[in-house]
Design a protein around this ligand. Structure first.
Ligand code: NAP
Length: 240
């Protein structure tokens, strides 16, 4: 029987690549999104992967959405908490709303996504929790006090979950991507992009598939003893 994988924010960008890679490896995949219906419909048309719409920042919606996915596909074996946003501003200009929106999606969203799935994983004695953090959670970033705080917090979540889940056959790990050639990064002016690339020893942006392949490895049985760790995938831009 195919394992079941849930990818939040799995209809666009890095998440879409993760969904497709897991599907190609034989998983039954459900992808979630927040509001971009057109992108989600196009994604389903191209891949056959069903999409579900809910806000990961809301616990009740997450609980109900996950219950629907499990009713449709079966118990979730692999959860990839990928949905994330930025609301950048230098700290002296950052509003409480910008702070809260990012906390709700990137940090509370991980709690809301994993918490309803966790008891089933414990009961069945198997689970893979994979959280997409960021290089900027490891090193901080000008204009991203909110974002860096959530992405560093995500690392605390997986390190703790790893210790709680290990005896129940559950692993929890994080991936910290560097700059990846998604729509978001490709939309910045070419001059700015050139500056970013100049700071990456690999001399290029990462590809979404390079993150997706890390996810596929962490989800696999080959990664069964890797628990509580962080994979940096950043072309040596920041070496921990
Ligand atoms: N791109 C990079 O260079 C980079 C680098 C490091 C880390 N990351 C991290 O990687 C992850 C994916 O980034 P990306 O660049 O692929 O993002 P993206 O292209 O902007 O896609 C984000 C996805 O998350 C969904 N989403 C956003 N807020 C949500 C919410 N409240 N509830 C449910 N879904 C929500 C979006 O849904 P809609 O389509 O409905 O908007 C979309 O499917 C994020 O966690 C990001 O922080 C990215």
């Amino acid at each position: 029987m195919a394992r079941i994988a849930l990818v939040t924010g799995g209809s666009r960008g890095i998440g879409a690549s993760i969904s497709k890679t897991l599907q190609a490896q034989g998983y039954a995949v459900a992808a979630t999104y927040a509001g971009n219906d057109d992108a989600a419909a196009k994604f389903t048309e191209e891949t056959g992967i069903k999409t579900y719409k809910w806000n990961v920042g809301d616990y009740e919606s997450s609980q109900a959405g996950i219950a629907q996915v499990e009713a449709d596909l079966g118990p979730i074996d692999v959860v990839v908490a990928n949905a994330g946003i930025t609301r950048d501003a230098p700290f002296h200009k950052m509003t409480p709303e910008q702070w809260q929106q990012v906390i709700d999606t990137n940090l509370t969203g991980v709690f809301n996504t994993v918490h309803p799935i966790w008891p089933g994983m414990r009961e069945r004695g198997f689970g893979r929790v994979i959280v997409i953090s960021s290089i900027n959670g490891q090193k901080g970033q000008f204009g991203q006090v909110n974002y860096a705080a959530t992405k560093a917090g995500d690392l605390g979540i997986v390190k703790s979950l790893a210790q709680e889940g290990a005896a129940k056959g559950i692993t929890a790990n994080a991936i910290c991507p560097g700059y990846i050639a998604t729509e978001m990064v490709m939309a910045v002016p070419e001059k700015v992009r050139e500056k970013i690339i100049a700071g990456i020893p690999a001399g290029r942006l990462g590809e979404p598939e390079e993150i997706a392949r890390c996810v596929a490895f962490l989800a696999s049985d080959d990664a069964s003893f890797i628990n509580g760790s962080t994979i940096s995938a950043n072309g040596a831009q920041f070496v921990v």
